[in-house]
Design a protein around this ligand. Structure first.
Ligand code: DX5
Ligand code: ZN
Length: 225
């Protein structure tokens, strides 16, 4: 089963001086999606990239753009990220006053909607929006920075969310983000994750991206077609 897990490398750990090249490299190395961390220096204590950069990266790959918005208020900027080429937009429930409306707005643009749960946020937050989401992103670190350690208490949350998704009968991606490496990846998959975000574990060692991505699936690069 772990071979089938979707891998979404976070370009937060890429070389920002040559992002187009980095996106082409992870595409070729077997990434299923491209994870883009958008931070505003307000919702999280870091500033990263905005719609102009996403738009510039779009022609470099056909893989879906998995856009993780860590900005507040989030609603005024949704349209800009859709126009820039987002295929999935994930928002935090505390980044705006009306989560249900935000999710409807995202889907109204004909793209997928996601909800991101910070480490202290309960799995039950999704109960009344489960019909309105295509992805749940479990933050296994506090949002803001790459390279942090995996918070193990999130494994129980992943299992609880897996049960909720299976009970709903909906096709919802269960993604884990933060501190994912070949070891913690296996724990996440066992708990029920269907997608993994990884920044530092993918972008370490130029030229090793295929091997790094395969390792997250529990494989050697030579085992990947
Ligand atoms: C943190 C971001 C993550 C981060 C993951 O706020 O949402 O996507 O880049 O980085 P690693 O894999 O290095 O923990
Ligand atoms: Zn992220």
């Amino acid at each position: 089963m772990s071979e089938n897990v979707l891998i979404s490398p976070s370009i937060l750990s890429a070389d920002f001086a040559c992002l187009g090249e980095e996106v082409r490299a992870i595409d070729k190395a077997g990434a299923d999606m491209i994870h883009i961390d958008v931070m505003d220096g307000h919702y999280v204590p870091n500033l990263t990239i905005g719609p102009a950069v996403i738009k510039a990266l779009k022609p470099h790959t056909k893989k879906p753009f998995d856009v993780h918005l860590m900005i507040a208020p989030v609603d005024p900027l949704i349209d800009e990220f859709v126009k820039a080429g987002a295929d999935i937009i994930t928002v935090h429930p505390d980044a705006g006053p009306h989560l249900h409306r935000t999710l409807q707005t995202i889907r109204g643009h004909g793209i997928k909607s996601g909800i991101a749960l910070n480490p202290a946020v309960h799995a039950d937050v999704i109960d009344y929006v489960i019909d309105d989401i295509d992805m749940i992103l479990v933050m296994s670190v506090n949002p803001g920075f790459g390279g942090q350690s995996f918070i193990r208490s999130q494994l129980d949350k992943i299992s609880a969310l897996r049960e909720k998704i299976d009970r709903s009968g909906h096709d919802i991606i269960l993604e884990v983000d933060g501190g994912v490496n070949p070891l913690t990846a296996q724990d996440c998959i066992k708990a029920g994750a269907s997608a993994l975000v990884a920044g530092s574990a993918v972008f370490k060692g130029a030229g090793s991206y295929a091997e790094n991505i395969a390792a997250l699936r529990g494989l050697k690069a030579s085992q990947v077609a």
